[in-house]
Design a protein around this ligand. Structure first.
Ligand code: CA
Length: 228
């Protein structure tokens, strides 16, 4: 799938990196890891990422310096990680250009929520809505992978999102279950076509008043289209 969020984690504690990686994987974020400030900076230069999660206390080059260096060349959102009890000057962090910070130990869910909020803000700042795909009343943000209907955030699972995104980027085209299994789930074979039906059903429920955007073509499959 295209449009996955790319996160660069710069953190020397392996346990922390693992924790974040697991949480990010659930969100289908693509994760890049650096174990010290020096590696972090060179990875940042070599990779195009959407957000940086940056530990403050790092070997080689400290997080403050990394933050400043990144800001010299990029507006990428940066979220700082700091340990409880650690000397931490948040104003200094903001001055250096950090967008947010979170204190360890934190819940991965909280971090993910902060990341999404930052990406949303970054998206508004860019103000070009290139990340928004609007289909009728449904707005899909490719960057934060959020779906908004009537200003309400719709809570979708990963696969529901990917299914909706795939159909929305290929409107009016009828796909059979096998095609959807391949495109959305990546199954070449052995996929259960009922998986598709279950997900379509759930997705329709969540689309509420707009469930009729997805139509069933009996004996063939599904398509997404804004009804007249
Ligand atoms: Ca550290």
């Amino acid at each position: 799938m295209d449009g996955n969020i790319k996160v660069l984690i710069i953190e020397d504690e392996e346990k922390m990196r693992e924790l974040m990686k697991i949480a990010f994987k659930k969100e289908s974020f693509e994760t890049f890891e650096a174990v010290d400030g020096k590696q972090g900076l060179s990875m940042f230069k070599a990779t195009e990422v959407d957000i940086v999660v940056l530990d403050v206390m790092l070997p080689e080059i400290d997080g403050w310096t990394v933050c400043r260096e990144i800001r010299r060349v990029s507006n990428v959102p940066i979220i700082l990680l700091t340990a409880r009890g650690e000397e931490f000057d948040k104003l200094f962090g903001f001055e250096l250009g950090a967008d947010d910070y979170i204190v360890k130990p934190f819940s991965p869910k909280e971090l993910v929520a902060r990341i999404k909020a930052l990406l949303r803000r970054a998206d508004n700042r860019n103000n070009d809505s290139v990340h928004n795909l609007q289909i009728g009343e449904i707005v899909i943000n490719r960057l934060s992978r959020e779906v908004i209907i009537d200003d309400q955030l719709i809570n979708l699972t990963n696969k529901e999102y990917e299914l909706l995104y795939f159909l929305a980027t290929n409107p009016k085209i009828v796909f059979n279950r096998e095609q959807l299994l391949l495109k959305v789930w990546g199954y070449e074979q052995y996929g259960d076509p009922r998986t598709v039906d279950t997900h379509v059903k759930k997705l329709r429920e969540k689309l509420g008043d707009y469930s009729n955007y997805i139509s069933t073509i009996w004996g063939v499959g599904y398509k997404l289209e804004v009804p007249r």
